[in-house]
Design a protein around this ligand. Sequence first.
Ligand code: A3P
Length: 291
Amino acid sequence: MSDLYHEYKGTLFPQKSSSLEDLAFVENEFQVRDDDIFNITYPKSGTTWMIEILSIIQKNGDPSWNQTVPNWDRAPWIETLGIAQKLKLSDEHPRIITSHLPRHIFMKSFEGSKAKVIYTIRDPKDTAVSLYYFSKMSVFYKDPESMDHCLKDFLSGNIPFGSWFDHVKGWMEMLGRDNFMFHTYEDLQRDLRGSVIKICKFLGKELDDKAIDSVVEYVSFKNMKENKMVNFTLLPTGYMDHEKSPFMRKGIVGDWKNHFTVTQNEYFDKIYNSEMKDFKVKFPWDSSIKK
Ligand code: A3P
């Protein structure tokens, strides 16, 4: 295991962003409120995109909150240092809480609550490519040095927040519950407006057409890339090197085709098929996986 990581109940976490005490507090003591909204993702699946969408929906289409407050204060990552203690005291209603935690170590007080979860999933091949660049530009992850190493760690789950497959299967067990909604990064790309309307409905928010237009315009890749409250250029120096790769990198579907060799792709498909063989839900990328 890299010395950049430590382990909580069998799952790796970056030492620079999560302490074992915080993780135990989140799991065992943090009190979920019924009106909390959870933005849950495996890393590099559209987390920051969803933060922007949820924040502007909360303000009924008015982008000023998004434009003046960093995303990590609007929708904090609960597993990061000191955040759960801070959130405990927050008088924001509803709280928008972001998390990459796998389901099995998520907060116990969530069970039985009415808090809502929006789970965003992305083609794991694009997730892996996005993670490859993020690992190079941020201090939280080990630099994988090559795509071969990156894929080996990604597909074995030897990586912060554990296996993509376990994460997806764990959270998708909630399917069918009233307080759970999932969608894909690819859905957002294909039909952003339709996705925003669905999210509003799930949250019980009634936004008029003008407000929906404002959400859609504001959360475009271009607008988000230029917003300092979103693109992580406000982080203290040393955490991310945007010269190596910008956080808001490409924002496209299918970038894996520009990165994987035929052999890497076959290896990926083989593991994907074996991990997902009994999984019933179909995803937009399934047709690109060779059986
Ligand atoms: P790429 O590295 O493929 O460009 P996360 O927020 O979970 O860390 O995910 C980051 C990924 O989401 C990055 O992918 C980033 O560019 C992409 N992303 C963020 N906002 C987006 C937007 N508005 N439209 C499309 N992609 C977006």
